[in-house]
Design a protein. Structure first.
Length: 153
C-alpha cells in the first residue's frame, strides 16, 4: 500500500540539519516511481528498488529533481515552502506512486500516492503543485500555536 505522507526519518533529518533544499545544496534529490504493490508510508526510511517501476524509458532510482523554488517564507501565514520543476520520462510507464528521496544519503523524504495507476505510452510527467504557502509540494510551519497542559490533580 502506498500512503501519501512525509517520512518520519525525513522529519527527524530536517530537525537535525541533515537535509538542505537551499540554492547550492550539496544534496541531490530524486523521485522514483512505484507500482501498486509497493509498500511506502511514513516508516519508509530509505530509497528501495522493491516494486519500483520497470520499462522502457525508466531507469531504477528515478530522476533527479531540480529545485524550482528554494525555501521561501510566507510570514503572513508562518509557512516556508519548497517546490520542484516537472519531471518527465519517455516511454511506456505505469505507476501508482512515487518516493522523493535524498540520493546523496539514500534517505527517504516523502511519498506520493497517485490515487490509481497512471499510465503513459509515450511520456510520463509529474507536475508539482503551485509553489505557494497553501499548495506547494513541501510546506513547513503552522498558522497557530498551542501548548497542551495537564493538571497533575
Amino acid at each position: 500500500m502506498i500512503v501519501q505522507t512525509s517520512c518520519t526519518s525525513f522529519q527527524q533529518n530536517l530537525l537535525s540539519g541533515l537535509e538542505n533544499f537551499a540554492v547550492g545544496t550539496p544534496y541531490t534529490y530524486k523521485i522514483a516511481l512505484y507500482n501498486a504493490n509497493a509498500n511506502l508510508n511514513q516508516t519508509t526510511s530509505a530509497y528501495t528498488n522493491v516494486n519500483e517501476v520497470t520499462g522502457s524509458g525508466y531507469t531504477a532510482g528515478g530522476k533527479a529533481l531540480v529545485i524550482s523554488t528554494p525555501p521561501t517564507q510566507n510570514n503572513q501565514v508562518n509557512i516556508t515552502y519548497v517546490s520542484f520543476n516537472p519531471v518527465t520520462w519517455t516511454g511506456a510507464i505505469t505507476a501508482r506512486g512515487a518516493l522523493v528521496y535524498n540520493a546523496t544519503t539514500g534517505a527517504a523524504c516523502f511519498v506520493l500516492n497517485f490515487g490509481s495507476d497512471k499510465m503513459s505510452s509515450n511520456s510520463f510527467t509529474i507536475n508539482f503543485p503551485t509553489a505557494n504557502a497553501s499548495s506547494a509540494i513541501l510546506t513547513l510551519g503552522t498558522t497557530s500555536s498551542s501548548i497542551n497542559y495537564s493538571s497533575p490533580d
